[in-house]
Design a protein around this ligand. Structure first.
Ligand code: SF4
Ligand code: F3S
Length: 267
């Protein structure tokens, strides 16, 4: 077992900001070092890897050939469709072509972040590049969506660990999100919920209600319509999360959250 080959993971960054990768590196259970050195082999990730240019592409080709049909493909970033995808290109190849090529040999695909899952900020009005999420292009592979802008690190590592343990993607909801992490709304688990139930709301960010930690609904909190695990897993090694720091949830793990009218207007 000690000599067993680690699961090959190929991570393709497309029209993205690298925030999802930044988030992954903050995972504490499991830590990303533990995951990388002991359980998976990330065979391509152009921000993390030492190789660049032709060498990086060669490494990608070798990883695909050696693990054809078995590798797990991770994608972050949306994929532009307009004008044959010319608005997002790496190494002379559009990301549209790249995705089709790399997806063909994948056992399964995990769309990391709201952009890869639903189009995200790239697809926000007026969507100048015709950006879409992975499952709008690839329809013949198992796909899991792990949305969030960025996703919680422990949700990303949790999904990878689950794939390693069971050899398959976990149970999903109607938007292909793992139910274990996206089964409840932020509002369902929010520690400010008793104030909501009592009708105690902050009206401004610096009034008495805000200082007393009352519900942020009137300041535009989208917790009631947002499915994610922030209220229970939290951020920064369980230290805090948006609502605990005094700002309402902006619904960053939901489709089209950029276009759902102002972040600061009540539902
Ligand atoms: Fe719900 Fe937001 Fe109020 Fe928390 S702060 S109880 S998520 S509306
Ligand atoms: Fe995003 Fe809301 Fe969590 S804005 S980070 S889903 S609290």
């Amino acid at each position: 077992l000690a000599q067993a080959r680690r699961q090959s993971v190929i991570w393709m960054p497309y029209q993205e900001c690298t925030g999802c990768l930044e988030s992954l590196t903050r995972s504490f259970a499991p830590t990303v070092e533990n995951l990388l050195f002991n359980f998976v082999s990330i065979d391509y990730q152009h921000t993390l890897q030492a190789a660049a240019g032709d060498q990086a592409i060669e490494a990608l080709k070798v990883a695909m050939e050696e693990n054809w049909g078995k590798y797990l493909l991770l994608v972050d970033g949306s994929i532009p469709l307009k004008d044959d995808g010319v608005y997002s290109v790496s190494h002379g190849q559009t990301h549209l072509e790249s995705l089709r090529e790399v997806a063909e040999g994948a056992a399964a695909i995990v769309s990391i972040g709201t952009c890869a899952a639903f189009g995200g900020v790239g697809a926000a009005r007026p969507n100048p590049t015709g950006a879409v999420g992975v499952d709008q292009i690839i329809t013949d592979k198992p796909i899991l969506n792990v949305p969030g802008c960025p996703p919680l690190p422990e949700v990303m590592t949790g999904v990878l660990t689950s794939f390693l343990a069971f050899g398959a993607l976990p149970e999903v909801d109607s938007l292909k999100r793992p139910k274990a992490f996206f089964g409840d709304t932020i509002h369902d688990r929010c520690y400010r919920r008793p104030f909501y139930d009592q009708g105690k709301f902050a009206d401004t960010f610096d009034d008495e209600g805000a200082r007393k930690g009352w519900c942020l609904y009137k300041l535009g909190c989208k917790g009631p319509i947002t499915y994610n695990a922030c209220a229970s897993v939290k951020w920064n090694q369980g230290l805090s999360w948006p609502i605990q720091s005094g700002h309402g949830c902006i619904g960053c793990s939901e489709p089209n959250f950029w276009d759902k009218d102002s972040f600061y207007k009540p539902l």
